[in-house]
Design a protein around this ligand. Structure first.
Ligand code: ADP
Ligand code: MG
Length: 250
C-alpha cells in the first residue's frame, strides 16, 4: 500500500521547551494509526503539526501529493492547501453554539471552499445519516449529548473532504456510556477506507481497529508496530510501564 502520510524528523519547541524531538513515521493509505502515550508526551502537538495548526520548526510532512518542508519558508497558499489535506476532531468538539447542526457542517464547505450551498447541504445530510444523527440537523449543539456533539464534529470534519482524518482523544471528555457510539463511527470510517490517525487511551479500540500503534514518550516515537505486538508484547520498558498503568490503574 502506498503511504498517504509520511512524517520525517519533525521537531517542535515552545520557547525553551522542546516538545517534539524528531518524529518520523508512515501511514499507508486506507490504514488506521493509533497513537498512545503519557500526558505531556507531545501527542496533541504532533497531531497539530500534521495539519499546521502548530507549525513544525523543522521536518518534512507529505500528505497525498503535497510535501511541505517546514525547515524552510512555506508560502501561505501552500500552507492553506496543506491544512485542507486533513480534518481534525478535537477532544472537546468545538461546534459553533449559535448555529444549528446543519449550519455547523456546511459552514466550512460554503465559506472556506466556496462550494454551492445546495450541494453542501445534501452532503451534510448524507454525513449526518452516516454518523447516526439524520434527525438532528435543525437542533442546536446544546440540545445534543456530548457523544452526539462529537459525532457532529466528525461530520463537520468529513464535510471538507480531507484525505486524512486526525482525532485527538475523541472520547476522553465523554460519559462512559457515550464512548461506544463515537468509537463505532470511527470504526465504520475505517471500514469505509478512511486513512486516520487517532490519539486514544481506548486500548481495546486500538487493538481491534488500528493497523499500527505508535507509542510516544518525551517527544519521540519510542516504539511502533502492529497492535498485537506493541500492545501485548511491547519491546520497550517505557511502553510496558505505560500500558501497565492504564490497564491496571489501581
Ligand atoms: P499530550 O497531548 O501528549 O498530553 P501535548 O502535545 O499537549 O501533550 O503537550 C506536550 C508538552 O508541550 C506539554 O509540556 C505542554 O505543556 C507543552 N505545550 C503544548 N502546547 C503548548 C503551547 N502552545 N505553548 C507552550 N507549551 C505547550
Ligand atoms: Mg493531548
Amino acid at each position: 500500500m502506498t503511504d498517504l502520510l509520511t512524517v520525517r524528523d519533525v521537531e517542535k519547541s515552545f520557547g525553551e521547551l522542546q516538545v517534539l524531538r524528531g518524529i518520523s513515521f508512515d501511514v499507508p493509505a486506507g490504514s488506521v494509526t493509533a497513537v498512545i502515550g503519557p500526558s505531556g508526551s507531545g501527542k496533541t502537538t504532533m497531531l497539530r503539526t500534521l495539519n499546521a495548526l502548530d507549525r513544525a520548526d523543522t521536518g518534512v510532512i507529505t500528505i497525498g501529493d503535497l510535501t511541505v518542508d517546514f525547515s524552510g519558508e512555506v508560502d501561505r497558499a501552500t500552507l492553506t492547501r496543506f491544512r485542507l489535506q486533513s480534518g481534525m476532531v478535537f477532544q472537546n468538539h468545538n461546534l459553533f453554539p449559535h448555529m444549528t447542526v446543519l449550519q455547523n457542517i456546511i459552514e466550512g464547505p460554503v465559506v472556506v471552499q466556496k462550494r454551492p450551498r445546495e450541494e453542501a447541504v445534501a452532503d451534510a445530510r448524507r454525513l449526518l445519516d452516516q454518523v447516526g444523527l439524520a434527525e438532528k440537523a435543525d437542533q442546536y449543539p446544546f440540545q445534543l449529548s456530548g457523544g452526539q456533539q462529537q459525532r457532529v464534529g466528525i461530520a463537520r470534519a468529513l464535510a471538507l473532504k480531507p484525505k486524512l482524518m486526525l482525532f485527538d482523544e475523541p472520547t476522553s471528555a465523554l460519559d462512559p456510556e457515550l464512548v461506544g457510539d463515537v468509537l463505532r463511527v470511527i470504526k465504520d470510517l475505517a471500514s469505509d477506507g478512511w486513512t486516520m490517525v487517532v490519539v486514544t487511551h481506548e486500548i481495546r479500540f486500538a487493538q481491534h481497529v488500528a493497523d499500527q500503534v505508535l507509542f510516544l514518550d518525551g517527544g519521540v516515537v519510542v516504539e511502533s508496530g502492529p497492535p498485537q505486538r506493541v500492545l501485548t508484547e511491547p519491546a520497550e520498558a517505557r511502553t510496558r510501564q505505560f500500558l501497565d498503568r492504564i490497564l491496571n490503574p489501581i
